[in-house]
Ligand binder design. Structure first.
Ligand code: ATP
Length: 239
């Protein structure tokens, strides 16, 4: 059913011990949408992504993926169902080669012919990665490492890709390249939830966005509407 949301959070709460970092948020992503989650440092964006990926338990509410409640599903099973995370800081295996990093993304798959086809797809999207296949990943530039992290996630054949601050620490030209890659992933039909500090970029880039403040979603709308919203401009676009 194409009209059913691929991901839905309903009044989802996430805590670190006694600290409630996410205080009941609701959001949804339709299949094929590119949606961003913006907000200041500490608003709860990373916490939200990690809980969707299954790395943190939810303390209340529901997480629904393709219509099924996945609150208690372990992270590796979510990955097998097509829910992949590119974590904050990229999570590259620095002492392994680029190729070994990419193949890690496919570790839960058995369809070796399709894996080789997906390697080719990743190389087409990320030509720089093919050039560096045998290089130790820790010696790559930050932008190249980000591309490997995205490539690794693509090797799991994601239906929903969670991207945590892909632009972090990268020069503007490199950020542009990364966002071109994200755009081509979206064009292939992968649903994307993007967490970004760079609100301007995220809003220009996304169909819709949610604004998070202190563990709550305070605003939502189309990227264009939020870009034009004086409250958003004052709080997140430095005006
Ligand atoms: P950032 O861009 O800095 O990552 P964020 O919006 O992603 O910001 P989170 O990292 O999700 O925010 O943090 C949300 C809140 O949870 C913050 O108040 C933070 O201090 C707290 N927090 C995050 N990780 C932990 C942890 N491991 N233990 C306790 N509190 C945490």
């Amino acid at each position: 059913d194409a009209t059913k949301p691929l991901l839905q959070l309903r009044d989802t709460k996430i805590s670190y011990g006694a600290i409630e970092a996410v205080k009941g948020i609701s959001l949804e992503l339709a299949k094929g949408e590119l949606v961003s989650l913006i907000g200041a440092n500490g608003a709860g964006k990373t916490t939200t992504l990690n809980a969707i990926a299954g790395l943190l338990p939810v303390a209340g509410g529901e997480v629904l993926y393709d219509g099924a409640k996945i609150n208690a599903l372990p992270a590796h099973k979510r990955l097998r169902q097509g829910l992949a995370l590119v974590p904050e800081g990229r999570g590259i295996f620095t002492r392994l080669t680029v190729e070994e990093n990419l193949r890690m993304g496919a570790y839960c798959r058995r369809d070796s012919d399709a894996i080789e086809a997906d390697m080719e797809r990743v190389f087409t999207m990320l030509p720089r990665v093919r050039e560096r296949l045998q290089q130790v990943a820790g010696t790559l530039s930050g932008g190249e490492q980000q591309m490997v992290a995205i490539g690794r996630a693509l090797l799991s054949r994601p239906r929903l890709l969670l991207l945590d601050e892909p632009s972090m620490g990268l020069a503007p030209l490199v950020v542009e390249k990364i966002f071109e890659v994200i755009r081509s992933v979206a064009a292939e039909g992968v649903t994307i939830l993007l967490v970004e500090q760079n609100a301007n970029l995220a809003l220009e880039f996304s169909q819709r966005a949610y604004v998070m403040e202190s563990g709550r979603i305070t605003l939502t709308g189309s990227g264009a509407d939020l870009l034009a919203d004086p409250k958003v401009r004052a709080a997140y676009l430095g005006e």
